[in-house]
Design a binder for this molecule. Structure first.
Ligand code: 2IO
Length: 406
């Protein structure tokens, strides 16, 4: 029987209010923490998390069949293995690097400029709700080649899909609503896919429709799942990362001043934001066989959640891990968006985030535009900082006052 620690439940309100307060105790006293209510194990040590993510044969992504496929309407990239995975991953990587990425950066600039314009003269903006969330959806629509004018509808369907994949528990009613969102999104996408097959353009959907691997093209179901996968993965963490970056820089005025003076430091600030407060806090895997961690056994078939926030704060991996420090020598900024990253915020191993370079470009582009325009940026009077989410986590809002720059 697994040991249950009644004093710390990952599902408690206390944990949800501030997970970071519990990480040290979990790593030290319950590094393989079992939650009976959802029959899952939570790993919090850096070494264990890295092992699970990199040993993709012992810890598979099969759990996504129930955690993602119902709303993705088909298999996503992370579920695939072998030759199929290699080929389809290559196609998606191509859609997010090189010339495609250069075009995307132009679209990000244009979208960001348009969205921030009405707030600049006012000297007040909620970085999450006024700016980050709509921007994340608009940018993703541009990348996919979907109509910008449908953004509110797509955003609404997306939140149902995101709720499904990022919930540890769902009531039957919420589950039904989420599935309904996914079905409507699928119905919206199918005619688009049909049109792109006939008349492809430069966008990612066209690439997915026309790409071939070993002479086999992707089915409508494959393309649908990959579109919804990209929609969720590019939208859900984006506003959170941007807001967390500004939160850290406001809380550390000396580091804010350094980044303003030397914009080259922005990359390090984003990498440290990802390490310190990862927007994706949990990555699920399924144990293929019986496994043992620091003396605790995990049975074959068990669901194992990698706690990214806890692993990134492990003193065995980073010195003074709770400090936000863009100059930390163990961050390895240059590697932070590649397979050699020290932090685990993009995962690790075979299924490491395909969008890491895109994510970096997006946050860097937008933050570099915002910083010079938000002079003396600070929290609005009476603003109370609050985060939400266990799976993906970020500020509920970030109301900022600033001196408009003419
Ligand atoms: C549906 C949490 C949005 C991914 C999942 C299989 C998506 C997969 C992730 C991230 C971010 C999501 N998992 N990106 O954790 O593609």
């Amino acid at each position: 029987m697994p040991v249950v620690h009644p004093h710390v439940s990952v599902l408690s309100e206390d944990f949800a209010a501030d997970p970071y307060r519990h990480f040290a105790r979990l790593r030290e006293q319950s590094p393989v923490h079992y939650e009976p209510a959802i029959d899952s194990y939570f790993l919090s040590r850096y070494e264990d998390v890295r092992r699970v993510l990199t040993d993709h044969e012992a810890f598979t992504t099969e759990t996504l069949q129930v955690r993602a496929e119902p709303v993705m309407r088909g298999p996503v990239l992370a579920q695939m293995t072998g030759a199929e995975h290699t080929a389809k991953r290559k196609i998606v990587v191509q859609g997010f690097t090189g010339r495609a990425l250069q075009d995307q950066i132009r679209a990000i600039r244009a979208g960001a400029a348009e969205l921030m314009a009405p707030f600049l003269a006012r000297g007040r903006m909620d970085l999450v709700n006024d700016f980050g969330k709509p921007l994340a959806v608009l940018v993703t629509l541009d990348v996919l080649g979907l109509e910008r004018r449908d953004w509110q509808q797509v955003a609404a369907w997306h939140s149902g899909v995101a709720e499904f994949i990022t919930s540890l528990t769902l009531t039957p009613e919420r589950r039904r609503d989420c599935l309904e969102c996914a079905e409507q999104l699928e119905a919206y996408l199918l005619p688009v896919i049909e049109r792109r097959r006939r008349d492809p353009g430069d966008d990612l959907i066209s690439k997915l429709c026309t790409a071939e691997f070993d002479g086999i093209a992707m089915s409508d179901r494959d393309v649908t799942a990959l579109i919804i996968n990209v929609l969720a993965a590019a939208t859900e963490p984006a506003d959170k990362t941007l807001a967390l970056l500004f939160r850290h820089l406001i809380e550390h005025p000396e580091q804010m001043a350094q980044v303003r003076r030397d914009p080259e430091l922005l990359t390090a600030a984003i990498a440290e934001t990802l390490r310190h407060t990862p927007p994706v806090q949990l990555i699920p895997r399924q144990a293929e066989g019986d496994a043992v961690f620091v003396g605790t056994a995990v049975p074959a078939g068990a669901t194992v959640f990698c706690m990214i926030g806890a692993a990134n704060r492990d003193p065995e991996a980073f010195t003074a891990p709770d400090a936000f420090d863009i100059h930390r020598p163990d961050l390895g900024t240059a590697r932070s968006f590649t397979a050699a990253a020290q932090h685990l915020s993009f995962g690790a191993g075979l299924h490491q985030c395909v969008g890491a370079a895109f994510a970096r470009a997006e946050i860097e582009t937008v933050a570099a535009m915002l910083l010079p325009l938000l002079d003396r940026v600070r929290y609005s009077p009476g603003f109370q900082y609050r985060e939400s989410g266990l799976y993906t986590r970020g500020p509920v809002s970030l109301s900022l006052d600033f001196t408009p720059v003419r």
